[in-house]
Design a protein around this ligand. Structure first.
Ligand code: SF4
Length: 254
């Protein structure tokens, strides 16, 4: 499933409410620094010169859409996500600055949210841009390198959980941690971030990072790897329970 325009929606998001989507990646294929086995956009494709929208094109498309929506029920959120990793856009910071100015002008109640896989948090411009937004929803699907690599298949094979954690600590807990729980198999490797060992490591990460919110969710649509199974709601509640008991704000989409 790909989003085929710079601006899409508004759609009702199960996690965010009424959301206007902004697509900074190509509209005809996915471009991401991960290649998650569960990605709704399918597998990465090798495209020599991916075409990204310019900062000006994004600004114009967003302004036109916000003008066309004036008078309708308010947006809850303007969300950057879509066909890959939005922070890969070289003008990400400028685009966020434009978006905040347009939001302030046309729909001041809406929050600006970015769903990111956390792989670009070593770049100061990306961190600055994310700090300007109201919601930073940052992915960490597993707390062990082995499971993170099985689930997310980072393009940079050297990327590890310790580095991502160090980057996430730049936000001092002011972010939403997002984790997809799943089980299955890919290329003969068992995928399961719900084992006691994996969960123990993940709880430890949560305790260290202390995110202001935690979103845990399950696969919901067709996945590129078909040998995956959805974790039942009751099990997701069991996963969340120890964190809720400690006072963490946990939402479950299952
Ligand atoms: S990080 Fe998101 S867009 Fe990238 S592969 Fe994973 S699910 Fe897909």
């Amino acid at each position: 499933m790909l989003f085929n325009s710079i601006i899409y929606g508004p759609i009702h998001s199960r996690r965010l409410g009424t959301s206007l989507g902004v697509e900074l990646m190509p509209i005809d294929h996915k471009l991401c620094t991960f290649n998650c086995v569960y990605c709704e956009c399918g597998w990465n494709e090798k495209v020599p010169h991916p075409k990204l929208p310019t900062r000006e094109e994004v600004k114009t498309a967003l302004e036109e859409k916000l003008i066309s929506l004036s008078g309708e029920a308010g947006l809850d959120v303007i969300t950057f996500s879509g066909n890959g990793e939005p922070t890969l856009h070289p003008d990400f910071l400028g685009i966020i600055e434009d978006t905040i100015a347009l939001r302030n002008q046309y729909c001041p109640q809406a929050k600006v949210s970015v769903l990111s896989n956390s792989t670009q948090l070593g770049r100061p411009d990306v961190v600055l841009a994310l700090k300007l937004c109201e919601n930073r929803i940052l992915k960490l699907d597993a707390a062990t390198d082995e499971m993170m690599r099985c689930i997310d298949m980072p393009v940079n094979e050297q990327l590890n959980v310790a580095t991502i954690m160090r980057w996430l600590q730049q936000f001092n807990g002011d972010f939403t941690l997002q984790t997809c729980f799943l089980r299955g198999e890919h290329n003969g490797q068992i995928i399961d971030n719900t084992t006691p060992d994996e969960l123990a490591a993940w709880y430890k990460v949560v305790d260290t990072l202390r995110p202001k919110q935690i979103m845990i969710y399950v696969i919901d649509r067709k996945t590129p790897e078909e040998n995956l199974s959805k974790i039942p709601r009751e099990e997701m509640e069991r996963i969340a329970a120890p964190l809720i008991e400690k006072g963490f704000n946990v939402s479950i989409s299952a």
